[in-house]
Design a protein. Structure first.
Length: 411
């Protein structure tokens, strides 16, 4: 009989939930600059609209998650990370961008899992030279108390996770000497210049097989072509600021329904997990009772002739049946979660904006729209200088583009 209790204890232990790996600490405070930094020390940051892992059948069918919500989170999460980084005072312009560019620092993220209870992100950061800062996984798990005191642009229920990412970036930046900061800024500008006029600036940068950029020489400060590049870059920054203005409107519109959805989802998920645990416990108890009853009825114990084996078998069967009834209740919670997901999806429609005569749709296809704008800037530069425009990705008929163009470097 002791072996039966050992069996039950083992099964119950196996039924427990695994803890999150790479879980961030509680109560993480942001690292805030103690004094205003000089502009020469500031790095501009481009946070690329996040990617996400494809939802599994279980996440869709059983948990009620949806691709529509995940698409909204791919924009919402980087926007809140932007706000978190801006408030620290350690950075220059922090922008959310539809695709990678040649900004001083690139931050990319992948949503591994997200619901009202858990958020798991993979984050990588690298600078304009192609030097990787880090690639880490971050995870946080919430209780209902964490939803108290939330404020758009300031405090998200998963704020400890956002603060941890921002602090890791700051710590990495603070380890760099002033010369490295300057080199990042210079390489960034020359990559943009090569993107606009590759022939004119071809001899200023080298790129090795690992995708690392190195300075060969700097153009003179009053170089007329460099001045034109800077003027065109100002227009690109203005477009990105406009896009970020619309992203922020989108974020603010999402804040209330998304916050309500996450809180209600958390409540439903907590109820679902409680019911599942009760169901499993009842079924395990029932299983042990059935096994024990059968063992007694076939053994040599004097109890085998009594009514105890039959009682244990019947009682165990009843416990298993009760457990399955509890599982039926979980389906009710899943239906509620799915309804909440569908309701949220209807409020997360993409925005269509007008920017200098160009229609930009801020959805998964925003990257293509932004690339069209980049193509327009190259045409503007070519018209002003009389130089032939650099071939664009659409001209080349491939996604790779030119080797000196903006984008993630081969590591």
């Amino acid at each position: 009989m002791n072996r039966l209790f050992v069996l039950f204890a083992s099964l119950l232990a196996l039924s427990g939930c695994a803890s999150l790996s790479n879980k961030v600490a509680d109560g993480v405070k942001p690292i805030v600059a103690t004094q205003e930094l000089d502009s020469s020390e500031l790095l501009d940051v481009a946070i690329v609209v996040f990617d996400s892992e494809e939802l599994t059948d279980k996440e869709i069918r059983e948990l009620g998650l949806s691709e529509e919500i995940r698409r909204a989170e791919e924009r919402f999460i980087p926007i809140h990370l932007k706000y978190t980084m801006q408030r620290t005072g350690h950075w220059g312009a922090v922008r959310v961008v539809p695709e990678e560019n040649a900004a001083h620092l690139q931050v990319r993220g992948t949503i591994i899992h997200s619901d009202g209870e858990q958020l798991i992100l993979d984050i990588e950061a690298y600078d304009s030279r192609g030097v990787a800062w880090f690639e880490k996984s971050y995870a946080e798990e919430l209780g209902l108390v964490d939803f108290h005191g939330s404020s758009p642009g300031e405090k998200d229920p998963f704020q400890d996770l956002y603060n941890t990412i921002a602090n890791d970036l700051i710590e990495q930046r603070n380890q760099m000497p002033v010369a490295a900061i300057q080199e990042i800024q210079q390489v960034s500008e020359l990559r943009i210049a090569q993107d606009m006029a590759s022939d004119a600036f071809a001899g200023h940068l080298s790129r090795n097989e690992e995708g690392r950029y190195s300075l060969i020489r700097l153009p003179v400060e009053n170089d007329p072509m460099l001045k034109r590049v800077r003027a065109v870059q100002v227009r690109d920054d203005m477009l990105l600021d406009t896009i970020n203005g619309y992203y922020e409107i989108y974020y603010n519109d999402l804040w209330q329904p998304y916050g309500d959805w996450r809180k209600l989802y958390n409540e439903e998920l907590a109820a679902l997990n409680k019911v599942k645990k009760q169901a499993l416990t009842r079924q395990l108890l029932g299983l042990v009772s059935v096994i024990g009853g059968v063992a007694l009825s076939t053994g040599n114990s004097n109890l085998s002739s009594s009514n105890l084996p039959g009682v244990m078998v019947m009682g165990g069967a009843a416990a298993i049946y009760s457990g399955f009834q509890k599982q039926e209740e979980t389906r009710i919670h899943r239906d509620v979660i799915e309804e909440l997901s569908m309701s949220f999806s209807s409020e997360a429609e993409p925005l269509v904006v007008e920017v200098v005569g160009e229609t930009v749709r801020l959805t998964g296809s925003a990257e293509e729209q932004y690339q069209k704008w980049r193509d327009m800037l190259q045409q503007i530069y070519a018209a002003e200088t009389g130089l032939p425009p650099v071939p664009t990705e659409s001209d080349l008929g491939q996604s790779g583009g030119s080797g000196s163009g903006p984008g993630k470097l081969d590591q």
